[in-house]
Ligand binder design. Sequence first.
Ligand code: NAP
Length: 447
Amino acid sequence: MLRVAVVGSGPSGVYTAQSLVEQTLVPDVRVHVLDRLPCPYGLVRYGVAPDHEKIKSLQHNLRTVLEHERIAFLGHVEVGRELTPARLLELYHAVVYCVGAARDRRLGVPGEDLPGSFSATEFVSWYSAHPDAAPGGFVLGARSAVVIGVGNVAVDVARILARGPEELHGTDVPEAALGALAASRVREVHMVGRRGPSQARFTTKELRELGAMPGARVEVDPADLALDPAYADPAGLPAVSRRNVEVVRAWAEPTGWEPRARTIRVRFFLRPVEVLERDGRVAGVRFERTVPDGAGGVRGTGAYEDVAAQLVLRAVGYRGVPLEGLPFDEVRGTVPHASGRVLRDGVPSAGEYVAGWIKRGPTGVIGTNRPCAKETAGSLLADAPALARRAVAEDPVAALRAWGLQPVEWPGWLSIERAEEALGRTLGRGTVKIADWPGLLAAAGQD
Ligand code: NAP
């Protein structure tokens, strides 16, 4: 028997577990999928926007994998502090780290940390009921919001800010966030890119959604678009960029005035240089107008534009977090590896692997994790004869308990699910997520 721990139960972790058990090369591989949280599914539960029901429904597929007879979920097990990578290797023949990229990237401009300026990650965690999320206050007192970045996370947070409460009522948004968003007086959302529409990172389906909300209209400034050399002739662009350009072009054309409660202004060629302050809080963002530099980047023009806002969300990408005891590439924000094998001083470390964002950086959609996980599982399975010779503990769960950990096993997670359904019923809604640690652990039967 080959005993493997997969650390992280998001898509990359679950797909890795699946690749390890659904193969015939090495019989009898047993996988424990560990997670710091008592709940599985990683960013599918705590990152995918609540109004993206179809993507959220991927949880059903992930669930089927976690219910495989040779896979077990062990939630509420944090790897890194007490439970070091070295200790894990005493319990398992191999460990695959699928811990994602949990930190937001920094802008590096003055005022970034003013009250009222948040990373999109903080905002997403709040409306996704992450138990470590900061308590509300995001939209309180704000009438205008600036979202910095033009990737899919920027689109998600702009859309949630512009949705009416009736559109979110049927989702699993926690009750406190729903109440705060219902009371929100944000009427303008500015989503701002430092480069042009042909270089934006969002995908077209996600972009189009912004224009399909009943209570919001999208505006694009034709002057921004005119700066993009590919705008006039998008024929040579990759398909996704060409489609993106077509969507923003349609928004820039004057149409009949349709009054809507909220406006989303999509802007381009504006680089943030300072988050502005008044009375100790965010008052707006100063941008420098940029122009293409001819090499895919932009250069500043020395012309500035201030956009007033009481809320700033920085959606400029994620970054991996170093895990104590594992090597880390500070420049790339990933763990160095060769085909998924963790490299220590350039040499593959016996029994240690990576998959997902901590392996390749925070790019791609959920499905990108499948081939990534498969590659790592392939490396591990090729190493299986040597790995199986390593001496490991008889019963890893007993060892974890002996070390003072209290894993939430699959029945505990199912209890949380039932408690969230019951909470939704009492609120006259569908399933409503529990947003705090004590509530989650109590629901899991760990009072
Ligand atoms: P992203 O796709 O890398 O986009 C980051 C954005 O921030 C880019 O527009 C980037 O501009 C900008 N940016 C970076 N540094 C900046 C700076 N210093 N100043 C101004 N702008 C800056 O990251 P993301 O939106 O966080 O998404 C991460 C991954 O998750 C992506 O693969 C995304 O597709 C995926 N995701 C998918 C979905 C979905 O499928 N529905 C939803 C959410 C996330 P430059 O291009 O100029 O660097």
